[in-house]
Write a protein that binds this ligand. Structure first.
Ligand SMILES: Nc1ncnc2c1ncn2[C@@H]1O[C@H](COP(=O)(O)OP(=O)(O)OP(=O)(O)O)[C@@H](O)[C@H]1O
Ligand SMILES: [Zn+2]
Length: 839
């Protein structure tokens, strides 16, 4: 074994008799044990980031989970190569949380670590490096040594380099020590290969040089000298006016943006001279997205119903750990959260507010920022890795006491959470489907809160059945809020029977007469319209009118979605794309037509029906860029758009004054989705999107297009009768053994060879049948989609008794079975994917 500089280490002299069990970010079921060498003995503790060698080649960042004196029986432990920080990055509660997650969701703790740590904290042989744009080797307090200079020069040529590149440049194997040092000296930045290169925002600033900042007399001397140079004097005065260093010396460290001088029309050359003469100094910083912001003094005036709700929440949380806040759309749940958060922070606790990903770019974050300033961190998957590291370190250092974040924010290094809030708790996007850990962030957050002895508040206008069930059985507290804030009323609902309209020739480009007239009316009053269709693209598919041929993905068992804008057919599962053929490849007919409705097609139809209206579309395709979603919302909010067409993205948390009409294009598509939750989801989606209408003084109107207007669910949605809807659906769920009456685990078996996939899934299925717990075993069946990305898929569904330890027992035995199967030669390349609570 070599040390950091490629020199060989003498084993005996490094032995301490101490070992560390290390979590490494790879999918292996166990912790690995490494030797703690003498030179690192005093710098190591639980939760520290360390560098280890894994396998022949890989260098990885690991986290120490345990220190002990027992050498591993099965292998010779390798030494830990280096320690990355002088403090723990991960705390013991987090390690417990990770272990719980690995166990509950049947995955490896390394996979949890991988999801939990931003890649900027996972220096590995897969990382890449780039020059830190703020680094200036002439003025750096920590000069680089010879090897570091070499790396810097090479980087200046190449732009970015991998670990291996560095090995070649230096001609030694272990380079991480050098790179670590360069990171500490702020000479380089590390990023993950899979992500795009980090483009930090750099700002030029100036400040007083140390000499004058610390010595008032010296500065007065300068002013005397400058008395004959008024332009320079002016610049210096401006600086002192903006940065009163003698009142608050610490202000000087933050300096002043250089642009302030040019904006005040002060002489650029005088500024230059002051810098040249060593009175001011110029420096560059990477500016954070999270600019310093002082909270504004916002007084929150709760309405009477809000105040009563708050009181009841606090009362019930004395007894219960978790509470459901069931407040209709527009009732002002956010204001209640704010009060709860303020009180928790004042009591010295940390707070986490989980939001669905997309809601994080809306006004709610701005609203919270006003109240909490920069003690609030925002954690979002569209942020770059470095930005995420910033939030991570902010929580670690205590600078950030309150985090608003998407599902992965549950992994931040909290050590004293007092309150966790999950807003829109019914949202399916809290579930991570791929890759492992396949966790439900709401459920995990409740566990996290429990580990911290903290309270959890779940908020929704349309609670998930699980949470409502738990509230009704008394496991959770429950508070209802049944009035909209202020003057706002709930919208009025109307059904549009598209079959009748079709017969009477009133259906135009899929729009019923009622919907068309309502839109027209809104437009004439300068009001806004939302049109909801949960299907992106132009049309679900293209079909030949003569022979019925439908184009399918070459790699997946699904039809291709037609995207008119790009004249392409795309697979929404693997991204495969193909040009639209000019004639049917099966029969040669040229009558190929688009079938069904996607957002693109609706957008086009609207432009034809309402040529004067300004239309925009919001779906995955129009919001891929980092600020795409935000930009669209700003356009809509500022009134530059009259009609917004969108997928479920438009159902969440939008709060605009002028929306008076909401159209649901095809309710049947939501209702008849083949899933036990279809009804629940339809109730939620329609209620939520309807809730965007009439949120101020104007009453809103919701038009729902359907072929089956007689369905009872419509009445229940219109009357907000969640409870009766729930009771009916629950009777079915109980009868047919669905959650929340049972626990569901789905195991899918994937392989590129059909026969192998089938055989492996059968073997697994039979073995699972032998596990002695109360259960129902279904399958194995070809997956709902039988092939994705050239992998054939078979699925077994296990329904487990909720009582006793059936779940724990089953999961444990399942792990053993999978290990056994994977050890068999013929199944070695099979992938078994376990998904606990797969919905
Ligand atoms: N106490 C209050 N003082 C001032 N404004 C309030 C108050 N309560 C609510 N509002 C305003 O009423 C509107 C609706 O509130 P909010 O967005 O919090 O509702 P919500 O319950 O989260 O609704 P949804 O579930 O539809 O997102 C917002 O514009 C909010 O600023
Ligand atoms: Zn595909």
């Amino acid at each position: 074994m070599e040390n950091l500089f490629g020199e060989s280490l003498d084993h005996e002299s490094t032995a301490t008799g101490l070992f560390a069990d290390v979590i490494i970010p790879v999918p292996i079921p166990k912790l690995f044990t490494y030797k703690i060498p003498k030179n690192l003995k005093d710098d190591i503790g639980i939760g520290y980031r360390i560098i280890v060698q894994f396998g022949q080649k890989k260098i990885l960042t690991g986290i120490i989970a345990k220190v002990h004196q027992k050498p591993p029986a099965a292998y010779e432990a390798k030494p830990i190569l280096d320690v990355l920080d002088h403090h723990a990055t991960v705390n013991p509660l987090q390690i417990r949380f990770w272990s719980w997650m690995a166990e509950y969701y049947c995955c490896n703790i390394g996979e949890v670590m991988n999801a939990a740590l931003p890649s900027g904290l996972k220096l590995s042989s897969e990382s890449k490096i780039q020059i830190n744009p703020t680094f200036d080797s002439d003025t750096s307090t920590y000069p680089l040594d010879e090897r570091e200079e070499l790396i810097l020069q090479a980087l200046a040529n190449k732009g970015e380099m991998t670990f291996e590149d560095c090995q070649v440049v230096l001609g030694i194997k272990s380079v991480h020590g050098i790179l670590k040092s360069m990171v500490v000296k702020e000479a380089i930045l590390v990023f993950e290969q899979v992500k795009e290169k980090y483009n930090p925002k750099v700002e030029s600033r100036v400040r007083l040089t140390k000499r004058y900042a610390e010595d008032k007399n010296a500065l007065e001397g300068v002013f005397q000298e400058l008395s004959s140079k008024p332009k320079q004097e002016e610049v210096l005065l401006k600086y002192l006016q903006e940065v009163p260093v003698y009142k608050k010396p610490e202000l000087n460290t933050k300096g002043l943006e250089k642009s302030v001088f040019s904006e005040a029309n002060l002489s650029a050359s005088s500024l230059k001279t002051l810098i040249k003469n060593g009175i001011l100094e110029e420096y560059k910083i990477i500016i954070s997205r999270f600019e310093e912001e002082e909270p504004e003094d916002v007084e929150i005036q709760l309405s009477e119903p809000q105040y009563q709700a708050l009181k009841s929440i606090k009362e019930q949380l004395k007894e219960k750990n978790t509470l459901l806040l069931h407040g209709i759309t527009g009732s002002g749940k956010t204001e209640i959260y704010i009060t709860l958060i303020q009180e928790a922070i004042a009591g010295g606790s940390q707070v986490l507010l989980l939001l669905p990903e997309i809601a994080l770019t809306t006004h709610i974050v701005g609203r919270l920022r006003k109240v909490f300033g920069s003690s609030m961190g925002v954690f979002h998957s569209k942020y770059s890795d470095n930005e995420r590291v910033e939030v991570w370190n902010g929580v670690l250092s205590g600078k950030i006491t309150f985090v608003v974040g998407a599902r992965s924010s549950i992994f931040l290094p909290f050590d004293c959470l007092g309150l966790v809030i999950v807003d829109e708790e019914h949202e399916s996007s809290f579930k991570q489907y791929d890759p492992a850990p396949r966790f439900q962030a709401r459920d995990s957050a409740i566990m996290l809160a429990w580990l911290h002895q903290a309270k959890t508040v779940l908020g929704s206008a349309t609670p998930s059945f699980e949470s409502f069930f738990n509230a009704r059985t008394g496991k959770y507290g429950y508070v209802g809020l049944t009035q909209r804030y202020g003057e706002a009323q709930l919208p009025e609902f109307q059904l549009a029977d598209v079959l009748i309209d079709k017969k009477k020739n009133l259906l135009k480009l899929d729009f019923s007469r009622l919907l068309r007239e309502s839109i027209q009316e809104a437009l004439s009053k300068q009001e806004q319209v939302l049109i909801f269709q949960n299907r992106r693209g132009y049309a679900p598919y293209i079909s030949c009118e003569d022979c019925g041929w439908i184009p399918e993905c070459e790699h997946c068992d699904v039809s291709l979605t037609y995207h008119q804008f790009s004249e392409e057919m795309r697979c929404h599962y693997c991204g495969f794309k193909e040009k639209v053929p000019s004639s049917c490849p099966a029969c040669g007919s040229s009558k190929l037509s688009a079938v069904g409705l996607g957002t693109e097609r609706i957008e086009e139809s609207i432009s034809l029906l309402f040529p004067e209206a300004r239309v925009a579309r919001m779906d995955l395709d129009t919001t891929r860029s980092k600020y795409g979603y935000q930009r669209l919302l700003e356009d809509f909010g500022s009134g530059n758009v009259d009609i917004l067409v969108g997928t479920q993205m438009i159902t969440k948390g939008l709060d605009f004054d002028k929306v008076t009409v909401v159209g649901v294009m095809d309710a049947d598509r939501i209702l008849f989705f083949p899933d036990f939750r279809a009804g629940e989801r339809a109730f939620q989606q329609i209620t939520q999107v309807a809730g965007r209408a009439g949120r101020r003084d104007k009453k809103g109107k919701v038009i729902i297009q359907t072929r089956k207007p007689e369905q009872q669910i419509f009445n229940q949605i219109f009357q907000g009768d969640f409870k009766n809807f729930y009771l009916q659906e629950m009777a079915d769920r109980q009868r047919f053994f669905y959650p929340p009456f049972v626990k569901i685990i789905k195991v899918s078996t994937r392989h590129k060879d059909y026969k192998t996939a089938e055989k492996a899934s059968n073997s697994l299925h039979n073995l699972m049948g032998d596990i002695q717990v109360k259960k129902i075993l279904l399958g194995p069946e070809k997956g709902l989609i039988g092939k994705i990305k050239n992998q054939y898929i078979f699925e077994s569904i296990i329904k487990l008794d909720k009582g006793g330890n059936a779940q724990a027992q089953f999961k444990m035995e399942l792990q053993h079975l999978l290990t056994e199967l994977l050890a068999q030669k013929e199944f070695r390349s099979v992938r078994f994917i376990v998904d606990v609570d797969p919905y």
